[in-house]
Design a protein around this ligand. Structure first.
Ligand SMILES: Nc1ncnc2c1ncn2[C@@H]1O[C@H](COP(=O)(O)OP(=O)(O)OP(=O)(O)O)[C@@H](O)[C@H]1O
Length: 238
């Protein structure tokens, strides 16, 4: 479904991602893990088209999206839940809005999708008339994921969903992913270091300094001394 080949992404001519190759098959849950500054967010932004690749190819469902606009990429079925406060601090307000824009395709099905999200996230139904900013961090994260799901994406990309969340909300968010996965949603999830993400994922890529340093099926990697030391040795597990 998604194939990233020899991706290079730069900030002011300095590479943040170098010769990166990842792929995600339909129905898979794939995890991008790695320490601060490894290039995880940059990779997600390049896939969603909000940060232009310096070189390399990104293909989605056999379409080369490397040079496409964020709107076109969203219309093809990729939805990104960005890191942090669900906004891109380094992008303009307009660019942020474009990423979350409601597509005309989705608008026709809006009420149906709203009902689906309310059944997936009961708290959002309960709070439907409340100002979103008044909700807890965990509830806001659910809202961010639900908003991304409103367009019925074929690929949902979520950048550090557990960042800053209390443990019970992390559980809730990962239960949501498990539910989405059982409904056939393909998910690319970014985490610094998370056993929950590992429990969810089929495969993972471990990034460091903008490059993939380890990859494989979680079932095969987890437990190996090499992986445990690379993944948990230098990072705090959550
Ligand atoms: N706007 C920017 N300008 C310059 N350099 C940047 C910018 N954004 C990111 N970088 C650099 O690019 C590299 C990759 O950053 P990125 O945010 O993609 O990493 P990450 O793996 O997502 O880390 P984190 O877990 O901290 O979000 C880092 O060296 C970072 O300092």
């Amino acid at each position: 479904m998604l194939s990233v080949e020899s991706l290079q992404v730069e900030y002011n001519k300095v590479p943040a991602v170098r010769n990166l190759n990842i792929h995600v098959a339909a129905g898979e849950v794939v995890c991008l893990v790695g320490p601060n500054g490894a290039g995880k967010s940059t990779t997600t932004m390049a896939i969603a088209g909000v940060k232009r690749a310096a070189s390399g190819t990104i293909r989605f469902a056999d379409v080369d999206i490397s040079r496409q606009t964020p709107e076109a990429i969203a219309a093809l079925g990729i939805s990104l839940v960005p890191e942090g406060r669900r906004i891109f601090g380094q992008l303009t307000v307009r660019e942020n809005l474009i990423v979350g824009a409601t597509l005309s395709r989705a608008a026709a099905r809006r009420n149906q999708q709203l009902d689906r999200m309310f059944s997936l996230f009961p708290i959002l139904k309960e709070r439907s008339s409340q100002m979103a900013g008044q909700m807890s961090g965990g509830e806001q994260q659910q809202l961010a994921i639900a908003r991304a799901m409103m367009t019925s994406p074929r690929l949902l990309i979520v950048d550090e969903p557990s960042l800053g969340l209390a443990p019970q909300y992390v559980d809730l968010v990962f239960e949501t992913f498990a539910q989405l996965r059982s409904e056939g949603v393909t998910i690319l999830v970014v985490e610094q270091s998370s056993r929950r993400a590992l429990a969810l994922a089929d495969r993972l890529y471990l990034l460091r300094s903008g490059q993939v340093v380890m990859e494989g099926a979680v079932a095969e990697l987890a437990g190996s001394a090499e992986f445990e030391s690379a993944f948990f040795g230098e990072m705090s597990a959550t």
